[in-house]
Each structure stands twice: as C-alpha cells, then as structure tokens.
Design a protein around this ligand. Structure first.
Ligand SMILES: C[S@@+](CC[C@H](N)C(=O)[O-])C[C@H]1O[C@@H](n2cnc3c(N)ncnc32)[C@H](O)[C@@H]1O
Length: 360
C-alpha cells in the first residue's frame, strides 16, 4: 500500500480507510484475526483481505455496511488522528498548484504538525521529489516519523528541530535525499506561529539555481504583516497574500413561471378576498353578530384546489401538492445557489519568490 501508487486488492498490512459515513472515515491496518467494531456493525479484517479497494462490505450477521477505500492524502486529511490544527485540501491543493509543486520538486515544510500537508506534498512530488519536514515538539515528531514509515513515505525526511532558532540545515542527510549534502529546496511551506523568525534561515537551504516559491500559512493578519516585512528584508519578491474561502454551491432546477400564472394568481387573490368578505358578512348577518371582522382569507380551499378550479391543474406558487424537481410535464431552468455566509476562515496564505543572484 502506498500513497504514491494505487493498487486494486487489499492485502494483510495494508491501510484501509473504512468509510462508515461522511462524518466517520476510520483508518485501519489490516491484520488477520482482528475486526472493526462500529455502531453500524462488525467487520472482520480476514474478510477484507482479497477484497477490492472501493468495494462495499457487509457487516457480520448481515448488519450494516462500510466502503473499503484506498488511502489518498485528501481522504487522509479528513480521517487522520489530529495532533494539531491541520491544513485541509482546499488550501493544500491551491498552494500546491500555485507554487507549481510537481513530480521531482524538493519541498521544505515546517512544522510537520499532524502531517496532513506532508502527505499531499509526498504524493505530488513522488519518488523523484523530496520532502524535508521539521517539527520541534518531540512526541509529535516521533508520532509523525512512525506514521511516515508506516505509510511508506520514502521521499520524506522528518527532522526534530526548532527551525526559528536553529534553522533548517541537516548535518547528515541520507544519500538518497541529497548527493552533495545540501537540501536545495525549490518550494517552502511554513505553518508556524512566527514564520518571520524562520525566514532569515532559509537562504542556506534553498535552491541556488532555480527560482524558489514560499507560502506562509497564518491565521492572523498581524502575523502576515510581520511575515511580509521579513520576506522583504530577506530579498523575497512578488509578495502576495490570498485567502481561500470555501463555499458550497448547490445546483438545482427551478420551475419556470410565466406572466399568465402571475396574473391568474393576482386575480385569484382578489376574488378570494372579495368572496371571503362576502361569506363572513352573510355569516354575521345570519348570526346577528356585531363584532368587527378582518379581511383575512380563511377560505378552506387550498391554493392547489383553487388552481385546479381555475383549470390550471397545478398552483405554481402554492403549498400542498409537491411537483417533483425535473418533472417532465413542467418547464424548468437550471439554477445555482450559494451559501449566503462564509463560515470558515482557515488562514491567510502569503506567497513570495526568491530568485538566486548570478553570483550564487
Ligand atoms: C499547525 S501545526 C502544522 C500542521 C500541518 N501543516 C498539518 O497540515 O498537519 C504547527 C506545528 O508547528 C510546530 N512548530 C511550531 N514552532 C516550530 C518551530 N519553531 N520549529 C519547528 N516546528 C514548530 C508545532 O509544534 C506544530 O506541530
């Protein structure tokens, strides 16, 4: 199993993302004799072995079902064990394309945190690329290191380091990460509380031949301000700040109503108003009542019955009978609706570039 290459069939030792519901995706490592217990049923690992990734699996004694999904960085980011706040796919995918991260890119990332973005970098840069990730919190570093080994992220090297105080240089880099002992990063991603203190250390580890891109991920505008100053002081150019604001778009069909419907509707309201007043006047006269009445329409007919009475068969404004969206007997137009409010602010993304001078 690997995050780089997909395979068809599940084997012992593989990681499977058990899709229980949209809100519950559980990573499991397949081990003979074990079972996954969920509130929807029990699922034996033995039966998963040999099944195809993507297949639906029924629970023991016929209760419940799950889907057995192949791990991807996108699914991993919504199922991983959180050790910190993480970068989600809407931000990571934007950063990856904007910084032109591709197969063979050498990435410098700090801090590693829960390793959510590390997986996306590792998959995109592939076996020809390299990811140098740094984390100063020891337990988090150890967990991430084990996780990257378990997930076969062979192109990723994690280092236990405070990059703001001690920089990014690595004394002994394994041969397959660098043949000349230098990191030569093409892309830098900083998700740190104070990226401006790490920026001055970057010059020693970035590429001396290619243009280098950086993205600093900070939730507060004050952090952006300090980061921009540090970038400018350290020779970074083309500085721009962006925010990715996710919104759900709903696509559906809306019933087309024509002007004749509107006119009929207005006439109907008028006539019902008049009829209502008349009815109540008669009732009052019969009952000999003296109390005042309002012009509220409390006619018992539904809007839809009224329209049927008008020969329309269906009231395009009313309650009552529901017309199924897309019903071929009516005319529809395709519309899109967006959420009126943006509910999430993740972080500000500050981008910049460094062009090595001719001398270097
Ligand atoms: C918000 S988390 C990063 C999350 C990560 N981008 C992800 O997608 O999972 C920030 C991490 O930076 C680490 N950190 C903070 N300051 C650091 C420093 N000076 N050097 C190295 N790591 C640092 C923290 O321990 C924390 O784990």
């Amino acid at each position: 199993m690997s995050f780089y290459q997909y395979k068809d069939y599940i084997e012992e030792g593989d990681i499977v993302l058990a899709f229980i519901s949209r809100q519950a995706i559980k990573p499991i490592t397949i081990k003979k004799g074990e079972q996954l217990n969920t509130r929807y049923g029990h699922f034996q690992h033995d039966k998963m072995i040999g099944m195809k990734y993507g297949e639906q699996m029924g629970g023991a004694r016929g209760y419940g079902f799950i889907y057995l999904l192949h791990p991807t960085p996108e699914l991993w980011s919504i199922s991983l064990p959180h050790r910190t706040q993480i970068v989600y796919t809407p931000d990571s995918s934007y950063i990856i394309q904007r910084l032109n991260v591709t197969s063979g890119t050498r990435v410098i990332e700090a801090g590693t945190g829960s390793g959510s973005f590390t997986h996306a970098f590792a998959r995109t840069t592939g076996l020809n690329g390299r990811v140098f990730s740094y984390e100063f919190h020891e337990p988090r570093y150890l967990e991430a290191k084990k996780e990257f080994e378990d997930h076969n992220l062979e192109n990723t090297l994690i280092t236990h380091r405070d990059v703001c105080h001690h920089g990014f240089e690595i004394e002994t880099i394994p041969e397959h990460f660098s043949s000349n002992g230098s990191i030569e990063g093409d892309v830098v991603f900083l998700d740190l509380p104070s990226p401006w203190t790490a920026i001055p250390h970057l010059k020693k580890v970035i590429s001396t031949t290619n243009r280098v891109g950086i993205c600093c991920f900070s939730p507060c505008i004050e952090q952006v301000d300090k980061t921009i100053k540090s970038l400018q002081e350290n020779g970074w150019i083309n500085i721009e700040m962006t925010e990715v604001a996710g919104r759900r778009w709903e696509a559906r069909k809306e019933l087309v109503r024509d002007i004749k419907d509107v006119v009929k509707r207005l006439k109907d309201i008028q006539s019902r108003k008049g009829q209502g007043i008349e009815n109540r006047r008669n009732v009052k006269v019969q009952a000999g009542e003296k109390r005042e009445f309002s012009e509220v329409d409390n006619d018992d007919d539904t809007d839809d019955q009224k329209f049927e009475n008008l020969g329309k068969g269906y009231n395009p404004f009313g309650k009552g009978i529901r017309v199924k969206e897309g019903d071929e007997n009516y005319e529809w137009r395709n519309v899109t609706k967006i959420e009126s409010e943006i509910k999430t602010h993740t972080s500000y993304l500050t981008f910049a570039y460094y062009v090595p001078s001719k001398e270097t």
